[in-house]
Design a protein around this ligand. Structure first.
Ligand code: SF4
Ligand code: SF4
Length: 285
């Protein structure tokens, strides 16, 4: 099964929840943790894997032969990402804007463009005890992350519990991370901002056709707005983790929440039981 852990924004405790879920699940069976938050992967700080393998991920990018180019402008016209600009004497490429779609080299009338390659990051593989670990690490300054997220997801193992730590937000990278998951756990916090971002993340999961449930992190005891949202949308509110200074201190030192608060394991066991029973399949979404 593939579970994506997502949140509408950063800082809600997504990695706290994902890493704790992986640790609790590993007591019961095989687990693979896939850190798809490739701009800032930090699951490794909690799970401390030993690395075994590293692979470079590349994307196609046009190579322009200026001698064959007639400056006709066709390539700039077809590039939906404005990665090409035709100047009076040459065609200029902005590589970080290129999505490697191939439109320009297929449509250049003089064959002046051929596909080359550009490195965007690495996929690193390792293990932490019984937990298999994969993470993507995007190169600094790189803007195109979905191909790297896809490369991480290509390591998904059938027959084990795959936990995807998704990037924050609701844009292309998150969609690439959550798409195809069997369940999406939406982590939120009980604030007006938290509710707003939860609404966006929920909408995204619905559009992707991925059943979802909600986990509240840093609950101050008044989760009424989140409860109301879950009630109105028939989304299961799976558990609430209280505000806890010791957990926050542990996080800063790379200690997972369930190691600081072993009594929280019950929440994750209940979530696993819910998923095993197929409870999510009955979710109204
Ligand atoms: S489409 Fe080909 S020939 Fe036309 S401007 Fe672009 S590179 Fe030059
Ligand atoms: S490969 Fe696609 S995105 Fe990249 S420059 Fe060509 S048309 Fe634009």
């Amino acid at each position: 099964m593939i579970i994506a852990v997502a949140s509408g924004k950063g800082g809600t405790g997504k990695t706290t929840v994902a890493s704790s879920l992986a640790l609790v699940a590993a007591e019961k069976g095989e687990v693979l943790f896939l850190d798809c938050d490739v701009e800032e992967p930090n699951g490794h700080i909690m799970l401390k894997p030993r690395w075994h393998k590293k692979e470079t991920v590349r994307v196609p990018v046009p190579e322009i032969n200026q001698e064959k180019c007639t400056l006709c402008g066709r390539c700039a016209e077809v590039c939906a990402f404005h990665a090409l600009v035709v100047l009076p004497r040459e065609v200029m490429l902005f590589p970080t804007m290129c999505h490697g779609c191939g439109g320009c080299w297929h449509l250049c009338p003089t064959g002046a463009i051929s596909p080359g390659w550009r490195e965007i990051g690495q996929v690193e593989e390792g293990s932490s005890g019984k937990i298999g670990f994969v993470q993507g690490r995007l190169n600094v300054g790189e803007a195109i992350s979905p191909p790297l997220i896809q490369a991480v997801k290509e390591r998904i193992r059938p027959g084990v519990l795959n936990i995807i730590d998704a990037p924050p937000g609701t844009s292309c990278p998150v969609i690439r991370a959550v798409k195809g998951a069997g369940f999406c756990l939406l982590v939120t916090e009980p604030t007006p901002f938290g509710l707003h971002d939860l609404e966006l993340a929920y909408e995204m999961a619905i559009r992707l056709g991925v059943p979802c449930g909600v986990a509240v992190n840093r609950s101050d005891g008044d989760d009424s707005s989140i409860r109301q949202f879950c009630h109105d949308n028939s989304v299961p509110l799976l558990f609430q983790l209280p505000q806890d200074r010791e957990v926050a201190r542990g996080y800063a030192r790379g200690i997972p929440a369930v190691e600081v608060r072993p009594e929280w394991k019950g929440h994750f066991l209940a979530l696993l039981a819910f998923l095993e029973k197929g409870g999510y399949a009955r979710c109204a979404n």
